[in-house]
Design a protein around this ligand. Structure first.
Ligand code: PRX
Length: 649
C-alpha cells in the first residue's frame, strides 16, 4: 500500500521533536525574569483592536487585570483574521456523529454561520454584557453559539448536556441568563437524550429567561411555548451578513463556567477576553506544537473547560483543523476512536485517562484493526494517568513514536499549567508526570503551614504569581473567590490539589486534596450529591465520598439515613438514583447507596464524612475521639461487607 502524505511525515520522535529542553528553559526563565516583556510578545499571537496600557495591573490583587484597556474580540481572532488572510477555505471543523453523518465546515463557513447567529441574537434583544446559557450537545451550533455570543459581547455560560434540570436551573439563576440555546434532543450511545424537556423542567424554577432558541437535532417531539421558544432554523439565515465584532476590554468577561467546590453551590468561574485568549493560544502551541496541516482531535465534551479552551478557542485562534465528534467513543463498537483516527488521519489526539483505561480493557485487538500511523502527539487531561495506562497509550496507540502530553490544569486556570512543553523542546518523559510548568507558571509545593516541602515530598500545589489565563472572579461572589483560592497560602493561588516535585524538578499531580470528586475526569462536588439526597423527602442524612476505581479513577458511594416512616420502603435506593439522574445528571448517580441507621457525627452534630469514607474503604479512620455515636462505625462496616459479599456472589 502506498504511504499517504501524512503517514510519510511520521518520523521517529528524535527527528521531529527537538529533544532537550534548552529552549524551554530559556523561554521559561525569561517568562519569570521579565514577565512584562515576555507577555507583551506572547500577546501578539492574537490581533488586538487597541493596545493595552500595561501588561499586568496588580493593584487590586487577587483581582488581577491582564492587558487592561486592551481591546480584543475572540470571534474576530477565531474567524475574521483567518478569513481575511489565507485560511478561508481551510476546514475549521470536521464534524462526525455517532451515526457517521459528516459535516465539514471551513473557516469561511463558520464565519458565515457565526455572523448570522450573532445577528439573530441581536434581533432577540441580546446586547453586550447580557448572559446567555448554551445547553447543547456536540453539534456545530455549539461553537457557532459560543462565537456569536463572543462576537457581540454577550457572556455565555455553557452547561454540559449531561447535566440534569436542577443543575441547569441553578446555573440559569446564578448567571441571570436572558436566553437559552438548546436542542430538541440528541443521541448518545444509541439512546435519545430529551434536552428540551429538561430545559422546560428547569425553566419552571427560573424567571430571568425570556427566549429559548431550539436547534432541531433529535427530531423528537417537544413542546414549543408560544412567545418564548423559537426554532434556530426559523431565525438564522445563511446570507452574507456582517456583524461588527464588539471591541471588548481585555477584562470584560467572555464566559462563565460553573465548577464544583467543597462547599455550597457550584462556582461560576469567570474568564475574560484578553488574558484567557492569549493563554489558551500560547499554551496549545507550547504543549502540542501543532502544525498548519495537522488534524487535532480533542475528544472532550465542549461543555467542560477542556472543550471551551481546546476544541473551540485555542485551535480556532491558531487556525487549525479540528475533529469534532458527537457520540460515545465506544459506540457502536470499542474501536470507534481508532476507526475515526484512521479515517480522518488524525495527527494530534487529546483525551482522558478514563477513556484510555476504558479502551485498554477491550484489548489491543481493536487498535490493531486500524492504521494509526498518522498520530504524532498524544495528550491526556482531567485526572492523574497511571503508568500502565500511560504505557499502553504510548506503546500500543503511539507505537512508541508519539510523546504523551499529560496536561494538568483546571477550569479556573483557563489552560494548561503543567505539561510537557513539546513546542519548546521535549524533556525525557516519566509516565505519570506532567513534567514542567508552562512559561509564566510558578508553582510551589507547600505543607499545611505554607512552608515549601523538600523534593519528593507530597504537599499542596500553589502558584506564586498570576498568569494571563486565570479566571478573574467567581460570578456573584468575589468574596468566595478570595476566600477559597487566595487565603490559605497568603495570596498565592491554591487550587485544591496534591502534588510532588521530584529531585529532577518534575511535577507529579496526585489529585484532589479536598472533598471534590473526580469521576472519569469530571469534577463533581460531594456536597452537591449530598444536598440532592437530603432534598428528597425520604432522606434524613447523607454522606458521599469517592471510592478508588481502576477505570474511572473514582466512583461515587453514598451512605444515607432514611426517615423513620420510609424505612420499610424497599424501592428507596432506586428512587434516589432516578432523582439524582433527573436533578443533577447521570454522571452524578452513585455507584453504591447504602442505607444505615446513623452516620458518625461530632458532638456538635457534624457528619464526619472522612470517617465514613475511611471505614468503608477499610482504612484507618484517624482521630475519632470526638465521635458522638460510635455504633454507626460498626454499621458502616457491616453495610459494606454485606454489599461486597453480595457483589462477589
Ligand atoms: O484534580 C485535578 C484534576 O482535575 C481537576 C480540575 O478539574 P476541572 O476544573 O473540571 O478541569 C478538568 C480539565 C482541565 C484538578 O484540580 N486534573 C486535571 N488534569 C489533571 C488532573 N490531575 C492529574 N493530572 C492531570 N493531568
Amino acid at each position: 500500500m502506498a504511504k499517504s502524505k501524512t503517514q510519510s511525515n511520521v518520523l521517529p520522535m528524535s527527528e521531529v521533536f527537538h529533544p532537550g529542553i534548552e529552549t524551554y528553559k530559556q523561554v521559561y526563565n525569561e517568562s519569570l525574569e521579565k514577565p512584562d516583556a515576555f507577555w507583551e510578545k506572547q500577546a501578539q499571537v492574537l490581533d488586538w483592536f487597541q493596545k493595552w496600557d500595561k501588561v499586568l495591573d496588580e493593584s487590586e490583587a487577587p483581582f488581577y487585570k491582564w492587558f487592561p484597556n486592551g481591546k480584543i474580540n475572540a470571534s474576530y481572532n477565531a474567524l475574521d483574521r483567518h478569513v481575511n488572510r489565507n485560511r478561508r477555505n481551510k476546514a475549521a471543523f470536521i464534524w462526525i456523529s455517532e451515526n457517521d453523518e459528516e459535516k465539514i465546515v471551513t473557516y469561511d463557513g463558520l464565519y458565515l454561520r457565526v455572523n448570522n447567529f450573532a445577528k439573530s441574537l441581536k434581533d432577540l434583544g441580546i446586547k453586550k454584557g447580557d448572559r446567555i446559557i448554551i445547553y447543547l450537545p456536540m453539534i456545530l451550533e455549539a461553537p457557532v453559539a459560543m462565537l456569536a455570543a463572543a462576537r457581540i459581547g454577550a457572556v455565555f455560560s455553557f452547561v454540559f448536556a449531561g447535566f440534569g434540570a436542577g443543575a441547569l436551573a441553578e446555573r440559569m439563576n446564578d448567571s441571570k441568563a436572558k436566553l437559552v440555546i438548546t436542542a430538541d434532543g440528541f443521541q448518545r450511545g444509541g439512546k435519545m437524550v430529551k434536552l428540551k424537556d429538561i430545559v422546560d423542567e428547569a425553566l419552571v424554577q427560573v424567571s430571568s429567561v425570556e427566549s429559548v432558541v431550539v436547534v432541531r437535532r433529535g427530531r423528537n417531539d417537544i413542546q414549543m411555548q408560544e412567545g418564548r421558544d423559537i426554532w434556530w432554523h426559523d431565525i438564522v439565515s445563511r446570507k452574507q451578513i456582517y456583524v461588527e465584532p464588539e471591541w471588548m476590554d481585555a477584562n470584560d468577561p467572555l464566559y462563565i463556567l460553573y465548577t464544583s467546590g467543597t462547599t455550597g453551590k457550584p462556582k461560576g468561574a469567570v474568564h475574560g477576553n484578553g488574558g484567557y485568549s492569549v493563554w489558551v493560544a500560547n499554551t496549545m502551541k507550547w504543549a502540542f506544537n501543532p502544525q498548519e496541516d495537522d488534524r487535532w482531535w480533542c475528544a472532550a465534551d465542549i461543555g467542560w473547560v477542556t472543550g471551551h479552551s481546546y476544541i473551540v478557542f485555542a485551535p480556532l485562534f491558531l487556525g487549525l483543523t479540528s475533529i469534532m465528534y458527537e457520540g460515545a467513543i465506544t459506540y457502536p463498537g470499542p474501536d470507534r476512536m481508532w476507526e475515526l483516527i484512521e479515517r480522518y488521519r488524525v495527527n494530534l489526539l487529546y483525551t482522558s485517562p478514563t477513556a484510555i483505561r476504558t479502551l485498554m480493557r477491550y484489548g489491543e485487538k481493536y487498535p490493531e484493526m486500524h492504521d494509526l500511523s498518522s498520530l504524532r502527539v498524544l495528550g491526556t487531561v482531567g485526572e492523574p494517568i497511571n503508568p500502565a495506562a500511560w504505557k499502553w497509550y504510548y506503546d500500543i496507540i503511539g507505537k512508541s513514536n508519539s510523546p504523551i502530553i499529560d496536561t494538568y490544569w483546571q477550569t479556573e486556570t483557563g489552560g494548561f499549567m503543567i505539561a510537557p512543553p513539546l513546542g519548546l523542546g521535549l524533556p525525557p518523559l516519566k509516565p505519570g508526570s506532567g513534567t514542567f510548568p508552562m512559561p509564566g507558571v510558578d508553582p510551589v509545593i507547600l505543607d499545611e503551614n505554607g512552608i515549601e516541602v523538600a523534593p519528593g515530598e507530597k504537599g499542596f500545589i500553589a502558584y506564586k504569581r498570576p498568569w494571563p489565563g486565570m479566571f478573574m472572579t467567581l460570578n456573584n461572589d468575589p468574596e468566595r473567590f478570595k476566600r477559597t483560592y487566595f487565603e490559605k497560602f497568603n495570596g498565592m493561588y491554591y487550587c485544591g490539589d496534591y502534588a510532588i516535585k521530584d529531585n529532577d524538578g518534575y511535577f507529579w499531580l496526585l489529585g484532589r486534596a479536598d472533598e471534590v470528586l473526580n469521576i472519569s475526569g469530571h469534577r463533581l462536588g460531594t456536597i452537591e450529591i449530598e444536598d440532592a439526597l437530603i432534598a428528597s423527602h425520604e432522606v434524613a442524612e447523607a454522606a458521599v465520598f469517592g471510592r478508588p476505581d481502576k477505570v474511572k479513577g473514582e466512583v461515587i458511594v453514598a451512605f444515607i439515613v432514611v426517615k423513620d416512616q420510609y424505612e420499610q420502603d424497599g424501592e428507596i435506593v432506586g428512587k434516589l438514583r432516578k432523582k439524582i439522574r433527573a436533578d443533577l445528571g447521570p454522571i452524578y448517580v452513585p455507584e453504591e447507596i447504602h442505607v444505615v441507621k446513623g452516620l458518625p457525627k461530632t458532638r456538635s452534630g457534624k457528619i464526619m464524612r472522612r470517617v465514613v469514607k475511611a471505614v468503608a474503604l477499610n482504612e484507618v479512620p484517624g482521630d475519632i475521639s470526638t465521635l458522638e455515636n460510635s455504633a454507626s462505625v460498626e454499621e458502616i462496616k457491616d453495610a459494606i461487607e454485606g454489599f461486597r459479599r453480595e457483589a462477589s456472589n
